[in-house]
Structure formats: C-alpha cells, structure tokens
Design a protein around this ligand. Structure first.
Ligand code: SF4
Length: 281
C-alpha cells in the first residue's frame, strides 16, 4: 500500500512507501523530484506511478434540445457552444409559442392519456415542467463523458405500469423536421431511466411522442366578439429510439466534442460568412 504524508525522505518497506510533500499541497518537494522519479532499468518506479498526473476525463452537460437542430445544422457551432468558444447570434424565440405551450400544459394536466391519443395505454397526465438529469453516460471507447439535463413538458403515468413522455409542439403535422425530435425525447427517457442522484426516476419509459397542434381556423365565442378561438386538430406522432441507438449517437457527439479543433462550418450558414467577412472569425 502506498501513502503520501508530510514526512522526510522517502522510506520504503515491503508494504508501504512514504513520500514527503509540501505541507498543504499534494506536490512533492522539488528537491526530491529527481530522486523519486528515477527509473530502474528503464521501468517506472512505484513513485513514478504515484507522481503521474491522473488523467481528467472531459465531462459535458448536454441539453436535449441541442441534440436536434444545433447538432444537425452545424457540428462546428455545437462544438463551439460546448467548448465555450462562442455561438451564432441568437434568433429571438417568439414568446407567443411559450404562451401556447403553457396553455397546452394547463389544459392537459390531470387529463386521461386518451386525450392525447387513443393509441396510448390508459392512464393520466402530469404537466408540471420537470427538471431531470441523467447520470454520466459512459460510451465504450470514449475518453470523454457527458450527462443530460433538461425539462419535460408532460409525463404520462399508465395504470398498467410504465410511463410516457409527451412533448407539445405548435407546428404543421407534416413538418419533415419532426423526426429530429426523436433524439430529444430519447434524451428525456434516458434521464428518467438512468437519473443522477436525487433526480426523478421513472421506469420503464414505454411511449414517447409529440402532440402537434396546427392552428387552422379562427372562431369567436358566441356573444363575446372580443375573444377568439384558434381551432386546430391535434396529431399524435409516436417516436421510438432504442437506448442502444441513442448511446451510439451520444458516442458520435463525444467524438466531435473531443476533436482538437472545431469541425468544418456549415457552408450554407450566413452567420459564419458574416463573421469571416467582418473579421470576427
Ligand atoms: S456556420 Fe458558423 S455560425 Fe453557422 S452554425 Fe456553423 S459555426 Fe455557427
């Protein structure tokens, strides 16, 4: 067994090595470095091994929403965001969508899962925004690790056991980009099934999907012409993604994040052209 303490010269016996250190630090006194790190026949000594810096495993906190459009649109921007090297200009998110989202959560709270879709098992919905965090995701062969932290819109609790994740979207039912949200939902499912200590733990998560509402028509309430209703049929878009597939995808994300320099920018993005043209890149 090896031990580091505030002593004098290194002493070695068959079971213990005691190495002096500078008081209050874990570093060896400089005068002892050469002595203690000398190798025997070219092999590292036990003291060499003790002095070897412990490799620090890079650890990233990923947001589920970044795994959709940001990742898909430009790995360079993704890389720069997570390495705190800058980000593209923010496009203001219209607050009306947040209001619509809040109204949908207020409507569905406590409702039956059949309100979302008859395809879901019987149960009820809870719609408080829930902050969830995963434990560290270790992907074989990757030095770096990451964990996921995000907020769910709505959770389904099935009476026969199991849980579902429902994400509300105000969008066209035929929006081709909806497929990208599979990763976001899979990230939420991973957090619930593999939570960090003290984070919400729900398992198994058996159903994931988007409830898309596309406003199509405007009406007035009879007798109250100062209030309008927007009518839009909901469409349930179930998603599925195997956990192994999700972890494999996270491996690709870590591969990019561990590159020594950012990958190539998206040539179609006008922001980088502006940054280069204005000398800000
Ligand atoms: S091209 Fe440049 S600004 Fe545009 S998304 Fe990529 S890194 Fe960001």
């Amino acid at each position: 067994m090896a031990q580091i303490s505030n002593g004098h010269l290194p002493t070695v016996d068959s079971t213990r090595i005691t190495v002096p250190v500078i008081a209050g630090t874990n570093r060896l006194e400089p005068r002892l470095r050469q002595h203690t790190t000398r190798s025997t026949r070219g092999h590292p000594t036990v003291v060499d091994l003790l002095l070897r810096p412990t490799p620090v495993r890079a650890r990233f906190r990923l947001s589920p929403s970044d795994l959709t459009f940001l990742w898909e649109e430009c790995p360079k921007c993704f890389y720069e965001k997570y390495h705190r090297l800058g980000s593209r200009p923010r496009i203001p998110f219209p607050s009306v969508f947040t209001r619509i989202d809040n109204a949908m959560r207020a409507y569905f709270v406590g409702k039956s899962t059949a309100e979302v879709s008859p395809l879901l098992p019987p149960g009820h919905l809870t719609c408080e925004e829930t902050f969830i965090v995963s434990h560290d995701i270790i992907v074989p062969g990757r030095e770096a690790t990451c964990y996921i932290a995000g907020k769910t819109d709505c959770l389904a609790h099935f009476t026969t056991g199991g849980y579902g994740i429902v994400d509300f979207k105000t969008t066209e039912h035929k929006d081709a980009r909806l497929a990208l949200y599979r990763r976001q939902l899979a990230a939420y499912a991973y957090c619930l099934e593999h939570p960090a200590p003290h984070s919400l733990h729900l398992s198994p998560v058996t159903h994931l999907g988007l409830l898309c509402v596309e406003p199509r028509q405007m009406l007035t309430i009879v007798g109250n012409r100062r209030n309008y209703l927007f009518m839009g049929a909901p469409a349930w878009k179930p998603c599925s993604i195997a956990e192994s597939e999700f972890v494999e995808f996270i491996g690709q994300v870590l591969d990019v994040l561990m590159l020594p320099v950012a990958p190539t920018a998206n040539a179609a993005c006008p922001f980088c052209a502006y940054r280069v043209g204005s000398g800000r890149a």
